[in-house]
Design a protein around this ligand. Structure first.
Ligand code: HEC
Length: 257
């Protein structure tokens, strides 16, 4: 006979020992849960995704409330208008930066070989102001002018953000100047009709236009608002395409009208 297993007293004690240990753990768990509930540690029983979502919803609520408190719908649309205007007036983004051209590459060689554009050849045909103007070119130019008109005034009268084109000696002057201004934009100061202008952002480049469109818009401003000068052709614009991406042109770089 086994002296321990078969002794009913020892078996009873073993049972209560086990029961006691179980009870101690039960009380410990109950206490932790109790404290947790009291101090809010276990309050959020959701998944980690819920917990992260709660923070986002709370932040969004705060932002919405802050916006509602400070900006009305009208103010927001005004702000968008200001930003859009700033964008139009902002500095040009270079499209072909010299430092992006790898030395010795095909592009670099092509640029090195290309003869410097000859402004005199471009300006030479400017002579004949009486030659009839191609109405198709004027039509293209008129459409392009919608953008110019926003700054220069729809009748080239000038405005709060740009000098006049009507009666401007630059407009009826050397054609290479006008093409350079289109391809590179312009940084003041510039004197037009005896008055000096120097707008903060200068003029943005309009190089997104095709050669025909640039020729068209220049032909248009040279023959509108009382101006009269020879037409500009796409063949005069093409040789200057390499100027795109250079900094805004200044009056020092232009030919005096
Ligand atoms: C974002 C406004 C803006 C737009 C759009 C704009 N210009 Fe200009 N333009 C200027 C400013 C500003 C100057 C003068 C530069 C300065 O003050 O720094 C100028 C100067 C000129 C000049 C030389 C000065 C003069 O008055 O004769 C010509 C020519 C010209 N722009 C033509 C054009 C043409 C053509 C277009 C459309 C394809 C155009 N501009 C679009 C702002 C603009």
């Amino acid at each position: 006979m086994d002296p321990t297993r078969d002794n009913p007293l020892i078996r009873l004690k073993a049972f209560f020992d086990g029961f006691g240990i179980f009870f101690i753990f039960a009380i410990a768990i109950a206490l932790i849960a109790g404290f947790g509930a009291v101090f809010g540690v276990l309050e959020k029983s959701g998944t980690p995704e819920d917990a992260a979502g709660d923070i986002r919803y709370k932040t969004k609520k705060e932002i919405d409330a802050a916006q509602a408190a400070f900006l009305t719908e009208n103010q927001i649309s005004d702000a968008v208008g200001v930003v859009a205007k700033e964008l139009v007036m902002s500095k040009p983004v270079a499209m072909k930066k010299p430092e992006q051209i790898v030395p010795g590459s095909a592009t670099a060689l092509k640029l090195a070989e290309a003869p410097a554009p000859d402004m005199k050849t471009i300006d030479a045909p400017a002579g004949d102001a009486e030659a009839p103007i191609d109405p198709a070119a004027l039509e293209i130019g008129k459409a392009q002018f919608m953008v110019c008109g926003a700054c220069h005034g729809m009748n080239g009268e000038g405005g709060v953000v740009a000098p006049p084109l009507a009666g401007s000696e630059w407009v009826t002057g050397p054609i290479s100047n006008l093409i350079l201004i289109q391809l590179r934009g312009l940084k003041g100061p510039i004197t037009v009709k005896g008055q000096e202008y120097n707008f903060p952002a200068g003029m943005t480049p309009m190089a997104y236009q095709t050669d025909e469109q640039i020729a068209g818009v220049l032909t248009y401003i040279r023959n509108s608002f009382g101006n009269k000068a020879s037409a500009v052709t796409a063949e005069q614009v093409a040789p200057l395409r390499g100027e795109v991406g250079k900094p805004q042109v200044t009056v020092e770089e232009l030919t005096k009208p």
